[in-house]
Ligand binder design. Structure first.
Ligand code: PEP
Ligand code: MN
Length: 354
């Protein structure tokens, strides 16, 4: 897989921008949205035809008729077309309607049976097939999906980073894992990687920030959801923006910025640092939850909050580990003194019912 050249990306302007609604809803909505996407910036029109919805009885996609609308978009605007498939029937129809780019969604990537079925239905196709990351951060599952496609003689492949479902997520719908995406890119530099900031953000507020972060990682492209009337969208309405707004952003912000190489490199590292710092905060929060649990046991059993012997042995253990990882003794001591102090305060509050 490492050596498979992916030349398909070179036939597009870089970055490759794919945009369009989460779902095709009506012919008018599809055509209106497509016509507002400026072809100078956007090369491919996306629309979901079959929608994997978390709960039943929601809008589950318009089905086959939507593929006709995509054909119409291509004829009237010249944009290429892209849609998601989740089984062999979808594949047959997408091929029949000559969709240019087919993607496998996050909920399908997690299931090897589904990926195998899709891969077999796509056997030897020359279409471009993009694989979204699985909903959980399992790189092997992601790589496995690509291998299944390659095993069926599929040559033009790429991946989409759309974030991961996390147990605690405050800011994002699907937390990005830039570090993991970067590792993937290092392992397989030839495989084009796109970013899906819409499904990462889940809202309009942090969408542009995520796009900028993604671009600092030199992704080969973006897939962004746009809808001519986002508030009325039948799926993912909170994260969709108007096509005009997206075009404005591309024109005035993303492509206009003449960032120097140093600025780009700095931005790239800063995004990684901030991801690591945020992970530290999540860990600290989990750490304090454990302190709360320990406090309850201590309270029931009348044990002292501060256990000097345990603290001494732990701090020594941490310093040794820190040294092995090039972290100074003083640094480890300072950090853990603070964590310990906070933990003691918290436990005292619980024990004394404050
Ligand atoms: C989509 O692109 O509309 C979609 C369903 O995405 P994901 O598979 O990332 O959830
Ligand atoms: Mn969507």
């Amino acid at each position: 897989m490492k050596n498979i050249e992916q030349n398909w990306i070179n036939s597009f302007k870089k970055p490759l921008i794919i945009s369009g609604p989460c779902s095709a809803e009506t012919e008018n909505q599809v055509l209106e949205t497509a016509k507002k996407l400026d072809k100078n910036y956007i090369q491919v029109f996306r629309a979901g035809i079959w929608k994997p919805r978390t709960r039943p009885n929601c809008f589950e996609g318009i089905g086959q008729i939507g593929l006709k609308w995509l054909n119409k978009v291509k004829k009237e605007t010249g944009l290429l077309t892209a849609t998601e498939v989740a089984n062999s029937t979808h594949v047959e129809l997408a091929l029949k309607y000559d969709i240019d780019i087919i993607w496998i969604g996050a909920r399908s990537t997690v299931n090897p049976f589904t990926v195998q079925e899709i891969s077999e239905a796509l056997k030897n196709t020359t279409k471009i097939i993009l694989v979204k990351n699985p909903i959980n951060p399992d790189v092997d599952l992601w790589i496995g999906a690509l291998e299944r496609l390659i095993n069926q003689g599929i040559k033009n492949i790429g991946v989409i980073h759309r974030g991961f479902s996390t147990y605690k997520s405050i800011k994002y719908r699907n937390t990005p894992n830039w570090g993991l995406a970067l590792k993937f890119k290092k392992l397989y530099p030839n495989i084009p990687m796109l970013c899906d900031p819409s499904h990462i953000s889940g809202n309009r507020e942090c969408l542009f920030e995520v796009i900028k972060q993604a671009m600092s990682f030199k992704y080969e492209g973006l897939i962004v959801e746009t809808h001519c009337n986002p508030d009325k969208a039948l799926s993912d309405s909170q994260q969709q923006i108007r096509p005009e707004q997206f075009v404005e952003f591309l024109k005035n912000d993303l492509f206009k910025k003449t960032n120097s190489k140093t600025e780009m490199e700095l931005e790239h590292i800063r995004v990684l640092i901030s991801e690591l710092d945020q992970n530290l905060i999540y860990l600290l929060s989990e750490r304090m939850e454990s302190s709360e649990k320990v406090a309850i046991i201590k309270k029931i059993n009348n044990l002292l909050v501060f256990q000097p012997k345990r603290w001494k042995s732990l701090i020594e253990e941490y310093k040794t580990l820190g040294q092995k990882l090039c972290l100074s003794e003083k640094f480890i001591e300072n950090i853990f003194k603070e964590i310990h102090k906070e933990s003691i305060n918290l436990q005292n509050k619980i024990i004394n019912n404050i």
